[in-house]
Design a binder for this molecule. Sequence first.
Ligand code: G3D
Ligand code: MG
Length: 294
Amino acid sequence: MIVEEANEMRKKFVLLGDEAVGKTSLIRRFVTESFDDKYISTIGTKVTKKNMDMRKDGQLYSIHMMIWDMVGQKNFKLILRSALKGAQGLIMVCDLTRRSTLDSLMEYWFPEVEKCCGKIPMVFLANKSDIVGEAQFELEDLEDVARQHDALFYLTSAKTGENVERTFLALGKASLGSEGKEPQRVFDESVDEVKGEIHVGKEAPLISGVLDVIISDFTEQWKEEEDGMAVVRQQAKMSQLNIRSPTTGQVSCFINRLGKVEGGFLRPEEVAVNQSRRMKLLGRVSPPETMRSF
Ligand code: G3D
Ligand code: MG
């Protein structure tokens, strides 16, 4: 018997789109063939691996997919930059029952991608096709957006599994052939710009922007960023950090917890410097309206 040898490839794919469109559910459906309707906000990024075999131009490929789930809130620009670094395919997700999530792909997510990636294979999804009765736009609207970017598009449901495997198969195939090309580059200027605005910008930063800087500067110290992110998730949970609307109290507890972890591998002076830099950033956040004195 002749056993056909598959070409082994590693590919990094990233899912982007507003919160609650179904990114985490789509990954769960693809990887574990299950659906869970409990909402757990994604903090930072989470990487899941899955292998998939496919055939293109008569050749068999075995693709080791590293699938990056992204926080859906819009102000985490540094975390987004680092997730996009080296990405070889993107899944741009919106929710068929909320028109604003489609607009946001064009107005926020794609412009962010453009700042750091060159031309990259993309698939556009309108998820939650199982609740068509509440659809706020049509497949043609998604098609318009996808065509502008030369991309494929599907209606999906993480709940029923419709088109989920097909999406990853299509992206896998589209990403083949890019091997050996220059890796995508994240522009340092745009990273510096984001950091500068938070650290010394004229405007008081949003608390999510501050969290973005804190999480990035913590994970940058780890050899494998994903290991740092696992610690972030754990400490965020213990600080009862609500990533959708964090309070200064929660963030301050989170900063202290990160400091305790750093105590395990940094000198006390270094831990103190990090703590004070992060607390200073938190101090720049403007207080809620009700707390301001006029
Ligand atoms: P996100 O990772 O993009 O933020 P999630 O989104 O995967 O966490 O999903 C957000 C909510 O949408 C969850 O519901 C989830 O169950 C639901 N959802 C995701 N995909 C589908 C789908 O295909 N069909 C339906 N009907 N619901 C879906 P809750 O209610 O917990 O907020
Ligand atoms: Mg999520």
